[in-house]
Design a protein around this ligand. Structure first.
Ligand code: ZN
Length: 184
C-alpha cells in the first residue's frame, strides 16, 4: 500500500503499536481520510469519529483513544506534538500533517490555550498522568499541574477526588510525563 505521505521510521514505536498490528493500523487510519488533492492548502477531512465537543477527529485503536491530527503528526514526524498539535488551518477535523505543528504556550497566549482546553476534553492518557501525580506522598500543587495541562485547577482536584475520570488508572503515560517531571 502506498501512503499519502512518508511514514517516519520512529512512528510505530512512538504509538506503541506491534509489528503485527502496524499494517492494519495504517490501512485503517488512511482509510478514514478523504484526500481530495495534494494542493498545499487543501484540508484532509477525517471521515470517522469526531468528538462531540471541539469537533476533533478521533482514532480508536485497542485501548487507545487518540486525536487523529496528533497521530497524523506522529506518523509524519516520529514524535508526539508536545504539548499541543496546532492546526494552521484552524480545522479540528483536518488531519493533514503539513497543517499541524507542535506548539507550546509560547506560541499561544495562555488564555487561548485555556479557552481551547476548557472547550475540549482531556486525553485519557493525560487524565491517567494527572491522577498518578495525585498519588504521590507529596503531590505537586494542583495549580502547577493545571497550568501544565492548560486546564483549571478545579479539574485537577476533580480527578484526584474521583469526581471525574474515575474509570482510568493512575499511571504515568504519554508525552506529558516529561513535562510533569520537569515541573516537580
Ligand atoms: Zn488542515
Amino acid at each position: 500500500m502506498t501512503y499519502p505521505f512518508p511514514i517516519h521510521l520512529a512512528a510505530q514505536q512512538a504509538l506503541g503499536i506491534s509489528d503485527k498490528d502496524w499494517p492494519r493500523f495504517l490501512k485503517r487510519f488512511f482509510g478514514y481520510i478523504d484526500i481530495p488533492d495534494h494542493d498545499l492548502d487543501t484540508r484532509w477531512p477525517w471521515t470517522s469519529t469526531r468528538q462531540k465537543r471541539g469537533g476533533y477527529a478521533m482514532v480508536h485503536w485497542r485501548a487507545n483513544r487518540w486525536r487523529a491530527h496528533r497521530v497524523s503528526f506522529v506518523l509524519a514526524n516520529g514524535v508526539w506534538p508536545v504539548p499541543f498539535g496546532l492546526h494552521s488551518c484552524d480545522t479540528p477535523w483536518c488531519v493533514r500533517p503539513h497543517h499541524i505543528s507542535a506548539g507550546t504556550a509560547a506560541d499561544n497566549t495562555a488564555d487561548a490555550i485555556r479557552r481551547r482546553r476548557l472547550a475540549t476534553k482531556l486525553e485519557p492518557d493525560e487524565a491517567k498522568t494527572i491522577k498518578w501525580a495525585g498519588t504521590f506522598d507529596h503531590p505537586p500543587s494542583p495549580r502547577i499541574i493545571a497550568d501544565l495541562f492548560g486546564i483549571d485547577s478545579r479539574t485537577v482536584y476533580g480527578i484526584w477526588n474521583n469526581q471525574s475520570w474515575c474509570h482510568v488508572t493512575a499511571k504515568p503515560v504519554g508525552p506529558v510525563i516529561g513535562l510533569l517531571e520537569a515541573a516537580l
